[in-house]
Design a protein around this ligand. Structure first.
Ligand SMILES: *Cc1c(COP(=O)(O)O)cnc(C)c1O
Length: 359
């Protein structure tokens, strides 16, 4: 056999592998998965039926233009079809955005810690990640991010609410930031958790996009809508950016099943709202209970809470696991806990209380 192996791009060596949230253990005592910010509810009414109907045509390629879904999205969010692009989850769309804007020598700015896909997709594109630390209260440092802009900057991610801290940037500061970012730099507002926000001062990115040609909004069906397994998300952006997204998409990436399920989900707004409301109520209960136990928890506007445990992170995660809940540790930093079933949250709160007493 030859000593030679295929030449791979050197840039791959420095790329961290995406770590999915660990699944709940099978067999043994009941465990709950609170590690991936998934929705604990089954699909919305009508979704399973339309997905099953679409399954009858698996021998055919999906509609590459996602025409039915695009029309539904256009109607639902009052944006022209030309300003929409879909992809294999909003991570897929985020990757297309980086591919469309940044290559070797270019810079992509994002807060850190934030969504762990950002460094990966930036480096896959060959671009340089520029990480701007969160403030001491776990919020995006927009002034710091602005100061990091150079003539090589091509894209800035603003994750609002931020994963994994749940914190938000509000209207006045975000608008002031957008007013000062150079017009040829794309700002991507990643709003994967938008539906869980209850603060009227947090702007809807789709309103901000309307008169700002360099703003792109990312939304997903994975979190509030509960379709994580189907891989579907979308972007709202002005025509040149949306057109670039359609060019960089993997052909037929979004399955017909995903398209039909997304349309049915959009038509179930009322049921969606009830579920999201229930999760928000549960989130607020968990937040208050943690504060009462003595924890410092950043105010969360998403479907998870963040505990900055530092060196205790791994120990805390294993204590939770022993109590029957799988959480998401970021070793040395903190633990993110998804809001799931009430029984799961009770188990988590009990474990947190006991851990706290021994600290
Ligand atoms: C979960 C998440 C996404 C969405 O992922 P999908 O690819 O749509 O499943 C995007 N951005 C952030 C910040 C997330 O946490």
């Amino acid at each position: 056999m030859s000593e030679k192996t295929p030449k791979l791009r050197a840039v791959l060596d420095g790329i961290p592998t995406y770590k999915p949230g660990r699944p709940a253990a099978e067999g043994g005592p009941v465990t709950y998965k609170l590690s991936s910010n998934e929705n604990p509810y089954p699909p919305l009414p009508g979704v399973l039926e339309s997905a099953v109907a679409a399954a009858g045509a698996f021998n055919r390629y999906p509609d590459m233009a996602c025409a039915g879904l695009m029309a539904e999205l256009s109607d639902h969010f009052s944006v022209p079809v030309t300003d929409l692009a879909t992809g294999t989850g909003s991570v897929g769309v985020a990757q297309q955005l980086v591919q469309a804007t940044a290559g070797p020598g270019d810079e992509v700015i994002y807060a850190w810690r934030s969504f762990e896909a950002y460094p990966i997709i930036t480096q896959v594109s060959g671009a340089t990640p520029v990480q701007v630390p969160l403030t001491s209260d776990e919020v995006h440092d927009l002034e710091g991010m602005l100061a990091a802009v150079t003539d090589r900057t091509r894209l800035i991610f603003v994750c609002n609410p931020n994963n994994p801290t749940g914190t938000v940037v509000r209207r006045a500061e975000l608008e002031s930031f957008l007013d000062r970012v150079p017009a040829d730099v794309l700002v991507v507002l990643d709003e994967a958790y938008r539906e869980f926000n209850r603060d009227a001062d947090v702007p809807d990115g789709i309103e901000l996009y309307r008169d700002r040609p360099n703003v792109c909004v990312l939304r997903t069906f994975s979190k509030a809508y509960g379709l994580a397994g189907l891989r579907i998300g979308f972007a709202v952006a002005h025509e040149p950016v949306a057109a670039a997204l359609r060019k960089t998409a993997v052909p037929f990436g979004v399955s017909q099943l995903a398209q039909e399920a997304a349309v049915a989900s959009l038509r179930s707004s009322k049921a969606l709202m009830e579920r999201v409301d229930a999760l928000v109520t549960e989130r607020d209960r968990v937040f208050r209970a943690l504060v009462a136990q003595g924890w410092t928890v950043p105010e969360t506007h998403a479907n998870f809470v963040w505990l900055r445990l530092g060196e205790r992170t791994v120990a805390f995660a294993s204590a939770c696991e022993q109590a029957g809940v799988v959480v998401r540790p970021f070793p040395g930093e903190g633990v993110r806990v998804t809001i799931g079933e009430s029984e799961a949250m009770d188990l988590f709160l009990k474990a947190a209380e006991e851990f706290r007493k021994e600290m």
